[in-house]
Design a protein around this ligand. Sequence first.
Ligand SMILES: Cc1cc2nc3c(=O)[nH]c(=O)nc-3n(C[C@H](O)[C@H](O)[C@H](O)COP(=O)(O)OP(=O)(O)OC[C@H]3O[C@@H](n4cnc5c(N)ncnc54)[C@H](O)[C@@H]3O)c2cc1C
Length: 502
Amino acid sequence: MLAAELRLAGVRPLVLERQPQPRDTPKAGGLGGQILELLRYRGLLDRFAAACTDPIPAPRFPFGGVHVDLTQLVESPMHALPLPQQRLERLLGEHAGELGVDIRRGHQVLDMRQDADAVTVEVVGPDGPYRVTARYLVGCDGARSRVRDLAGISFPGTVYPEVNRLAQITLPDSVTRLDNGDLELSGFGTIRAGFTRTDRGLFGMGASPASEVLSVYTIEDETVEYDDDVPMTVTELQDSIRRVLGVDLPVAETFRLSRFTFKARHAERYRAGRVLLAGDAAHLFPATGVALNAGMLDAVNLAWKLAADVHGWAPGGLLATYHEERHLAGERTMLHTRAQVALRRGHDPAAEALREVFQELLTDEQPVRRLGAFIAGADIRYQLPNPNGHALTGTFVPDLTLLTDDGTTGVAELMRAARPVLLDLADRADLRATARDWRDRIDIRTGKVENRPADALLIRPDGHIAWAATIDEPADRAEDGLRAALSSWFGAPAATTIPVGD
Ligand SMILES: Cc1cc2nc3c(=O)[nH]c(=O)nc-3n(C[C@H](O)[C@H](O)[C@H](O)COP(=O)(O)OP(=O)(O)OC[C@H]3O[C@@H](n4cnc5c(N)ncnc54)[C@H](O)[C@@H]3O)c2cc1C
């Protein structure tokens, strides 16, 4: 994702991946949250959706052992795409390849050093060791990031002593599935659909009514450190079910066997000089469904800032905003995923009561909406300079429907090229004239919307609103605000004004 965004921004990245082939260990079963909106803005979502085997499900989300039913909202802040991670990685690889990214598989980073101008990386590839020098190095190298360690960035946090095992299975004829979803096992009795808690842990089971395939999972307290890239076996799953439920669950077929442990770790900083971190190298959250969203949004936030630096027009402090914004986003995600640990892990009557109360609160629309925004990462508003106090500054731009001279379009269309956009919604020639000195870096567009939220929006390539003109904001104030925002995000104005027809 980072490499593709860098290419869109006109930079030549090199990707070094130690695995010779894409891995096939199942990880995420899908992608959810605000990244889907961003992928749509880049024109990629249709292609990603076409690669899904299932339709986009009505989003229901586990939240610390209780279920958030987002279907009760007219407009849910949380969307999900059932795209298994291996397929997502393949699609992102194809996308980056089409943009001309140099992806070297089987090339492992061993060491690095940096000085004021560059980073030098020691690599070993199929033909032996070699050295690469680059302006920047971004460690997208996962939870055990070598780059993070070499940069001396600490990764403090908590490891929870619990192991989650997850699989999709079909059942042999010896097991009867009842109409209510429960299972009837001769010699044992009934296994209930939904959650079963025992002294040894938690068993969960569910399926859509028409499907033969059941999703099962277990959670047990264990202190073993597993490697996420070592696959789980069916025997390991059955042993775990036996320990939790005290029963041997016969299995006919298995798909997507996976195991994960929960850690809450957050890099103390996302940057050390010319070295930056993104994705699992920067954060590990103790709940499912949020990590890919957070990691890919890191990449989108970082790419255009790095590119601005490489192109030489980055204003002072631009790259520092990567840590400021994404570390804050990481803290938000950490907050609700840690809360999920507290909700999930207790086994006593008080913990049961807490879950019950929490579940009851989730019958009301407002808490569901809030939790949906939490999970989607849609609650995050970057703390950007905001002299006129506009409510949209720092938020993700909505896909407004725009009426233009060429017909109807949407904000999404304007963000395809991943360039900054000044969107004039009120025919403000004064603001368009102000922005002209930045024409080499930003696109200036006009359009009309129903119930316009602002006279103009300055949208960054990552889809966040850098500045917004309040409705009918006086020309001098609006021009000053826009000029300040353009300078602080996109550098000094061009030396010569490029003439454009108005
Ligand atoms: C079982 C399981 C289920 C999950 N479910 C979900 C889910 O439902 N939703 C969700 O959002 N997330 C989920 N996750 C988390 C998600 O898989 C990770 O957040 C995601 O893979 C992180 O991507 P990344 O690119 O940051 O790191 P990684 O995917 O770990 O990729 C890092 C890459 O760097 C390479 N690398 C490492 N060191 C070096 C080196 N020295 N030199 C060169 N290359 C190197 C590795 O080979 C690897 O390919 C799940 C994870 C697991 C294990």
